[in-house]
Write a protein that binds this ligand. Structure first.
Ligand code: NAD
Length: 333
């Protein structure tokens, strides 16, 4: 079997490529390196630096592939409020190009990564039957991409599956991005002796998945008949914690004297976000194997091994607005 992974130099894509290799598949992947790193690439895969918006390149690279995992995206939800064109391009437009290439190559199945952002401020825990109500350009682009996946796959006769991950944590996650990955940002700062920065009162609540607990169900979504045509939340519905709790747990693990810096809320940030994992348990045999504490410890070990880094303001802010968080405007992170 030949598997294509987009965003393969990124966090999830690199782990997924490695897992597919271990299962004996031939793996080919691409990345435009906007958020990924070549050092993340697992040994033994075929790789090309390319942008998923390039239909010609994607059609060529996907030749002979049976299964596609589409992980490439700029997934900075908070920034999407200020950079909607960037997000539309690297979430929706790139999905369109990937689908065109998949259809031309007659792939068997296309598995795409949506996001919990599809649910917006819906009632928690979010279930797949709930009507999507995204509240920011990132969530809107993800929901639009889901529609496109269903439409192109049904028209051109290939299978699809839509994964809806929670916040994922683990090694290889970018920890110098000031726009996303709250746990990694906090750990990178605390390891530098700096207090974590918290937007609002820190009462926002989230669930976190360790990356291997996301990869296992994604493998099932690529192979099981029961997953074809399904949208499935991926991640635990246990350990639903506030951002302040998250900072406290990290501080305990690091033996750090916590005194967080509180700044204004970010516009459109969802307060309560957790998904039901019932459908994943039923269809994919999902179960959580790594606790939040152990997952956080593995990021700590990863950052210690690779060294702390200054934050890199690598993405453009398109809308000059008084609503831009001071953390980004004044490069406080
Ligand atoms: N990590 C999470 O917490 C989380 C949660 C829910 C959903 N997701 C989704 O899972 C997927 C993977 O996320 P991740 O955390 O691994 O992000 P990541 O940034 O680590 O990886 C994404 C990769 O895609 C690449 N990329 C971006 N735009 C591209 C383009 N146009 N062409 C080629 N490559 C491109 C980036 O360089 C990066 O390497 C994304 O679709 C994201 O929206 C992630």
């Amino acid at each position: 079997m030949k598997v294509f992974v987009s965003g393969v130099a990124g966090f999830l894509g690199s782990h997924l490529a490695e897992a597919n290799l271990h299962q004996g598949a031939d793996v080919i992947g691409c990345d435009n390196l906007i958020g990924g790193e070549l050092s993340n690439l697992p040994e033994g895969i075929e790789y090309e630096t390319a942008d998923c918006c390039d239909v010609v390149a994607m059609t060529r690279l996907m030749r002979g592939c049976d299964l596609v995992y589409h992980c490439a995206a700029i997934a900075t939800e908070g920034l999407s409020v200020f950079s909607p064109a960037l997000i539309a391009q690297h979430v929706y437009q790139n999905t369109a190009a990937m689908l065109a290439a998949a259809a031309s190559n007659r792939v068997r199945r296309f598995v795409t990564c949506s996001s919990m952002a599809r649910y917006g401020n819906g009632a928690t825990p979010f279930t797949e039957e709930q009507a999507p109500r995204p509240v920011d350009p990132y969530g809107i682009a993800k929901v639009a991409s889901e529609h496109l996946v269903r439409n192109i796959a049904e028209t051109h006769g290939f299978e699809y599956a839509i994964a809806v991950p929670h916040n994922i944590i683990g090694p290889k996650q970018k920890y110098d991005d000031p726009y996303r990955n709250v746990a990694s940002i906090m750990i990178n700062r605390m390891l530098q002796g700096k207090q974590p920065i918290i937007y609002g009162d820190g009462g926002q609540k989230r669930c976190f998945s360790f990356v291997q607990d996301c990869v296992a169900p994604l493998l099932c979504m690529g192979s099981l008949d029961a997953a074809a045509g399904e949208t499935i939340n991926i991640g635990p519905d246990e350990e639903y914690v506030s951002i302040l709790d998250l900072a406290t747990t990290i501080a305990e693990l690091l033996n750090f004297d916590l005194d967080p810096i509180f700044v204004a809320d970010r516009p459109r940030e969802v307060r309560y976000a957790t998904c039901s994992a019932d459908k994943a348990r039923r269809l994919l045999g999902y179960h959580t194997t790594v606790s939040l504490r152990d997952g956080l410890q593995s990021i700590i070990d990863w950052i210690r091994l690779n060294g702390t880094r200054p934050f890199e303001y690598h993405l453009p802010i398109e809308i000059d607005s008084p609503l831009i968080p001071e953390t980004w405007k004044n490069r406080m992170i």
